[in-house]
Design a protein around this ligand. Structure first.
Ligand code: GSH
Length: 291
């Protein structure tokens, strides 16, 4: 392993300077709002404040799947939250998610609005509200929730660990990249073995476990995250590949990954979604002036 400059931590850590790296400008050691800003509210029962990252895509895929099943009550407005510009620290957003991270959901269908934050909690909330994508029988339900919570506990090692040090940190630190590449490959192997025995993560049915895991590990397996496909040799995880392709073909998954997306081919970017027809008429290739 190559030497890296030695750093001796002081007795007490202080917040003195930007740490460098892609997200240095939004990182702070304190929580709470930085400015007053109300959130916009649209006409639908569900208001989603999000961005097309893997955590955001989980929820838009779920909502599109619910709508595809005919649950009109899952109609939603998806508002774009530009986290690179600190919009997650506006007072309105913090009132919906005190943790200042997308995605955050406001259910305005009842007499009093209900807020939900943390993507796993949002998936469970929607699954219970619409009685869909979460098995009822104890065994399959436990399996589904186990994989859902597996995702919530594992993805920070992939995103905050591997992705951060491989793609975003201002210096490449061999120790950190090694540690998190090892863990990421171990996680892919866990999934691969499960998916060798089971069509979907929870069993024979597509559930919120698949909806939670697919944007992260399906994206990674397809070489869409951190430009790390070759580095991690993702093609070797054949069962993850099969499963990622299977979900990727679902029309609702295709639509869900377009919502609040702000990068890639303009025809795949629907910055905000306020109507089912927006997928046809309001993608960036149709809104932005040519050139
Ligand atoms: N555990 C949370 C993680 C959410 C999360 O990390 N969101 C990121 C984008 S993917 C974010 O909003 N970051 C902004 C920030 O950290 O200030 C969830 O699953 O909802």
């Amino acid at each position: 392993m190559s030497d890296s400059p030695s750093y001796v931590p002081p007795k007490v850590w202080t917040w003195e300077k930007a740490s460098g790296g892609r997200f240095a400008n939004i990182n702070r050691p304190i929580s709470g709002p930085t400015h007053d800003k109300e959130l916009p509210i649209g006409r639908h029962p569900l208001q989603l404040y999000s961005l097309g990252t893997p955590n955001g895509v989980k929820v838009t895929v779920m909502l599109e799947e619910l709508l595809a099943l005919g649950h009109g009550g899952a109609e939603y407005d998806a508002w774009l939250v530009k986290i690179g510009e600190g919009e997650q620290f506006g007072s309105g957003f913090v009132a919906v998610n005190p943790n200042s991270k997308i995605p955050a959901l406001l259910d305005r269908s009842g007499p009093k609005p209900i807020r939900v934050f943390e993507s796993g909690a949002i998936l469970m909330y929607l699954a219970e509200k619409f009685d869909a994508f979460l098995p009822k029988a104890a065994g399959p339900r436990a399996e589904c929730l186990s994989w859902l919570f597996w995702q919530m506990g594992s993805a920070p090692y992939l995103g905050g660990g591997f992705g951060h040090f491989y793609a975003y940190a201002p210096t490449k630190i061999e120790y950190a990249i090694d540690r998190f590449a090892m863990e990421t490959k171990r996680q892919l192997d866990v999934l691969d073995k499960r998916l060798a025995d089971s069509e979907y993560l929870g069993g024979g049915d597509y559930t919120i476990a698949d909806i939670a895991v697919w944007p992260w590990y399906g994206g990674l397996a397809k070489g869409l995250l951190y430009g790390a496909g070759e580095f991690l040799q993702v093609q070797d995880y054949k069962n993850v590949q099969r499963w990622a392709d299977l979900i990727g073909k679902r029309p609702a998954a295709k639509r869900g990954r377009m919502v609040n997306r702000v990068q890639g081919d303009p025809s795949t970017q629907l910055h905000e979604r306020h109507d089912a027809g927006d997928f046809e008429t309001r993608t960036q290739d149709k809104l932005a002036p040519a050139g």
